[in-house]
Design a protein around this ligand. Structure first.
Ligand code: ADP
Ligand code: MG
Length: 294
């Protein structure tokens, strides 16, 4: 018995398609995940088993093999729980596997079969749109996935809600795209700066013309204060820019309830920060991980 469905892996800001293949066969009973899974993906076995148990289902007492292809790409993160669980449900005959193949599936499972939010749902949804597929994700990420345009988004609270949807018992309603409203008020105001008229004028010229600006001055002169107020006088992000900024925040897991960001990000690295501290490094460097958002 065999089923396959699609999920994704992240490489920086790039998204690649991962084929989840599930096979249940005769042989020594066991549950194995292959295809370079990291610790979090390997542990997904226990979450899936417990989530099934919470729904009153038990895994067949047979040989279960999950292959995450391509086998030579490192699989990281907890979003493989849901595709593995849905693949198993398809092999067990609970869900129709032909419908599942029309979706890209991401989501983390709790032990009680609830779906926990994950990072990177917006890039995944855009990737799904480019493949002409829909997306299945946790409910908390639905607003984020809805930004990908005219794609079929199934955002479920738990595994049972998804099963009910596919069986036609209770159909999930499509999520509404959400915009981060608060961030506009959170931005700092240039009127807090006393005096410094020349510097303020320079800041305005920079904002109007889209120029770079280098500030020189003794510590405490107000350089950081002025710089942090630049996003406040810049025009709001264009839709394409907003999507790009939100995508990076999404990958770094810093989106607030999947709402699209409208304010320009401001980064304030310490002046003694090294190059690797600024841009990341090592085997698994990834977008936006090195700074918390202000
Ligand atoms: N022109 C100013 N108006 C109001 N507060 C100021 C001004 N210049 C400096 N400050 C105060 O001094 C603090 C330190 O300034 P900061 O921007 O960190 O200096 P710098 O980055 O040039 O070392 C600011 O947080 C602010 O409270
Ligand atoms: Mg400073």
């Amino acid at each position: 018995m065999f089923a396959r469905l699609n999920t994704v892996a992240f490489q920086g800001v790039d998204v690649i398609t991962i084929d989840v293949q599930v096979q249940i066969s005769s042989g020594l009973p066991g549950f194995t995940i292959v295809g370079l899974p990291d610790k979090a993906v390997g542990e997904s076995r226990e979450r899936v088993r417990s989530a099934f148990h919470a729904m009153g289902l038990s895994l067949p007492y047979r040989r279960i093999i999950i292959n995450l292809a391509p086998a030579d790409v490192q699989k990281e993160g907890s979003h493989y729980d849901l595709p593995i669980a849905l693949g198993l449900l398809a092999v067990m005959g609970v869900l129709p596997s032909d419908i599942l193949s029309e979706y890209v599936v991401v989501g983390e499972l709790s032990l009680d079969s609830r779906l926990a939010p994950i990072s990177g749902v917006l890039p995944t949804a855009l990737h799904a749109a480019s493949l002409n597929k829909g997306i299945i994700c946790p409910r908390a990420c639905g607003g984020e996935a809805a930004w990908a345009g005219e794609i079929n988004v199934l955002a479920a609270e738990n595994l049972l809600a998804l099963i009910n949807h596919f069986k036609g018992i209770q159909v999930l309603s499509p999520p509404v795209p959400q915009i981060e409203e608060e961030s506009v008020q959170k931005s700092l105001d240039l009127r807090d700066v006393k005096g410094q008229e020349t510097a303020k004028r320079a800041l305005e010229v920079t904002a109007a013309g889209g120029h770079n600006l280098l500030m020189l001055g003794p510590p405490g002169a107000g350089k950081s204060m002025l710089a942090s107020r630049l996003p406040g006088i810049l025009p709001p992000l264009s839709p394409a820019e907003a999507l790009e900024v939100t995508m990076i925040h999404s990958l770094a897991g810093q989106l607030n309830e999947g709402k699209l960001l409208r304010i320009r990000p401001f980064r304030d690295p310490h002046h003694s920060a090294s190059m690797p501290a600024l841009v990341g490094g090592g085997a698994s460097s990834s977008a936006g991980r090195n700074f918390a958002c202000p």
